[in-house]
Design a protein around this ligand. Structure first.
Ligand code: ADP
Ligand code: MG
Length: 440
């Protein structure tokens, strides 16, 4: 087929020890072989670039973890003819909460008022006169540690004690939003169109909305204002796929972005839609754009999540009413799925402090045999038998479903040391390698 001869050569961008968001099965129907290029931690830049060139890859698909962001900026610069999906600029917000804040500022996206200090004295001076409560977060690293590095402080004393203990740099201090219904909203978008959204509520006695700590979720009643803000962020990021966590202020109903990124946990059927969308983009319309009706998540969300996890390749057709011509029933869509604009180096905000290179980051292991750990605190180990869900969620690449499963196995006395997970079928070899060192 003529069209197929013009298809670009695709490659998946993988990194050792990092969970793989996409695989071939998400790109069902793509006629050509999809290459794989794996980045091995620690000075692998030149080899990686050479491999991409040797395999003649035109498009590299996949998320880059926070730790490798600076390295991949250089890799992308050395491969100007290769399109990264999502682009390096689009992935700016993945790197840290500070970057999320800078991104929201640059594009005037509603977000909680945030102060960031690299200078401890300046930060302390601010805290002395600040209005409380405040939210303090560790800025660096991938998002979604399940609130492990997110703290609420009610006074200067509490803030001071917290920073003395945690030594977070930069000091990332944010106004606390009075969360409507003690919840926040996750919106996932493909081609700037919301394809899934749900409320996440906090558990009893918790202020953090964390479904792994007794919280719950609900696919109903997601307000338009949250969807609109998420779309605006997705367009600003020029994101092929995107997720936003949004808080709604209980008093004003105003939406605020808490987090946004291209890296997020998504059921396989959503990753299939992303694959379809990318195939549509790259094939000049030869592949069909996935049609995902707005609010279809309300219907899908009625299914049990264990069920949703196994659904694949969901296909909606456009609604064409078979009427006698007397009238046309046209589905009115508020948001359209669109192609993204090409990213440009100027899209990303100016950094506050010069970025650290991969080697300088705390906890990054230079020995290739060892596993990377992008965070210093996480090198603290957990007692396997008494590990909490929150602690499990801090492991890099941990998925909520896996954390819950591991916790169940421990609680049911089915496993009592980390290596025993190997035979449980719950974690992969790569995950085992990555997480083993965090347990005793
Ligand atoms: N500014 C804020 N005001 C109120 N609640 C917040 C604020 N920031 C975070 N939270 C709560 O803490 C949770 C975790 O914060 P988040 O920034 O998403 O960090 P994580 O990386 O741990 O997911 C949010 O889902 C929300 O419930
Ligand atoms: Mg979060």
């Amino acid at each position: 087929m003529n069209q197929q001869q013009n298809l670009p050569k695709l490659g998946f961008l993988y990194l050792d020890y990092v969970l793989r968001f996409f695989d071939k099965s998400n790109f069902k129907g793509w006629p050509d072989k999809i290459e794989t290029v794996v980045y091995h931690w620690g000075n692998d830049k030149e080899r990686f670039i050479a491999e991409v060139k040797r395999k003649k890859i035109d498009v590299l698909i996949g998320n880059i973890p926070a730790t490798a962001y600076e390295t991949f900026k250089e890799i992308a610069a050395a491969l100007p003819q290769v399109r990264f999906i999502p682009s390096i600029e689009t992935q700016f917000a993945n790197k840290s909460k500070e970057n999320v804040t800078l991104f929201c500022r640059k594009y005037a996206l509603s977000a909680p008022r945030t102060h960031i200090f690299y200078d401890k004295d300046e930060g302390d001076a601010f805290l002395q006169t600040a209005k409380y409560p405040k939210i303090v977060k560790r800025s660096y690293g991938p998002s979604n540690y399940g609130g492990y590095y997110v703290h609420k402080v009610d006074s200067y004393q509490e803030a001071k004690t917290l920073f003395a203990k945690k030594k977070y740099t930069p000091m990332y201090i944010q106004d606390a939003i009075d969360l409507k219904d003690s919840g926040d909203i996750r919106v996932m978008l493909i081609g700037h169109k919301p394809v899934c959204a749900f409320w996440r509520y906090s558990g009893q006695g918790e202020w953090i909305t964390n479904t792994s700590q007794g919280g719950s979720m609900d696919y109903g009643n997601v307000p338009m204002s949250a969807l609109e803000l998420a779309v605006k962020a997705s367009k600003a990021a020029k994101a092929e796929y995107w997720a936003c966590d949004i808080a709604i202020d209980a008093k004003t109903n105003e939406p605020y972005i808490l987090e946004c990124a291209t890296a997020f946990a998504a059921f396989p059927y959503i990753r299939d839609w992303i694959g379809q969308y990318i195939m549509w983009d790259l094939s000049d319309g030869y592949f069909r754009m996935p049609h995902v009706p707005l609010f279809s998540w309300e219907e899908l969300g009625k299914m049990d999540s264990s069920f949703l996890r196994t659904l694949r390749h969901i296909y909606f057709s456009n609604y064409t009413p078979s009427v006698d011509g007397a009238y046309w029933l046209k589905e009115k869509e508020t948001f359209d799925m669109e192609l993204t604009e090409a990213s440009h180096p100027d899209d990303v905000p100016e950094p506050i402090a010069p970025p650290a290179s991969e080697d300088e980051l705390p906890g990054v292991v230079k020995d290739q045999q060892d596993t990377p750990s992008e965070i210093d605190e996480a090198v603290e180990t957990f007692d396997f038998k008494n590990v909490t869900l929150t602690q499990l969620m801090t492991l890099y690449g941990m998925d909520e479903a896996i954390a819950v499963k591991i916790k169940e196995l421990i609680d049911n006395d089915e496993v009592d040391y980390f290596d025993a997970l190997e035979n449980s079928g719950v974690i992969s070899e790569a995950q085992k390698k990555q997480w083993k060192r965090f347990f005793r």
